[in-house]
Design a protein around this ligand. Sequence first.
Ligand SMILES: O=C[C@H](O)[C@H](O)[C@H](O)COP(=O)(O)O
Length: 239
Amino acid sequence: MADAATKADDYKVQAARPAIDLVKPGMKLGLGTGSTAYHFVEAVGELVRNGLEVLCVPTSEATRSHAEKLRIPLSSLDETPQLDLTVDGADEIDDQLRLIKGGGGALLREKIVATASDRMVVIADESKMSETLGSHPLPVEVVRFGLRATTRLIQALAAEAGCEGEVRLRPGQGDLPFITDQGNLIVDCAFHTIPEPEVLAFALKRVPGVVEHGLFLGLADVAIVAGSGGVQVIRRAGA
Ligand SMILES: O=C[C@H](O)[C@H](O)[C@H](O)COP(=O)(O)O
């Protein structure tokens, strides 16, 4: 078990390495969240220590504090509304580079930052690749008000989009629910298979209590995926 975890972590490091070659002096970067993006942030920290000038926008408070420790110059989207490149991880990736994100609860800021970037590069180990999205539960960020009504509506509209499964509030510390950086809740939707991600995304956007969902469609331009066969670079058609 420990060996499998070490191998997966090695792959995350291997996926992050080529992404660092895309970083050029003066770039404005979005810094992703999670255990894979962690390695990219570490590498940016090393470049900064060696004198590279970049300006970075973190996608979560966790990444902000990591970047601060590394003395990476930080900005916000208010000060720097357009970024050159965002590098982030993913929970699931299909061959059209459609993603499920938000396993760590950072999907809202991640999507805002990725959308503000000219390019989004996803880094991942091979376990994240999937023929059909849905094997990872889809995180949906919701407001607290009307939680049960929102959950019911998510279930009903998702069923119309061909997705059925348990929709449950993500637990946090003790008896408390998980709270996002924006002070919202997350419901995880265990749909197992999402036959038409675009249809589901459209349906979820019709729910007033939904702030954002973890389907990232048409956002990732490139995926760098590391595994037993080496490192593979996958480009989205037309990107
Ligand atoms: O909310 C978290 C993010 O979407 C992460 O990028 C995603 O969960 C992948 O994380 P990891 O690289 O730790 O598997």
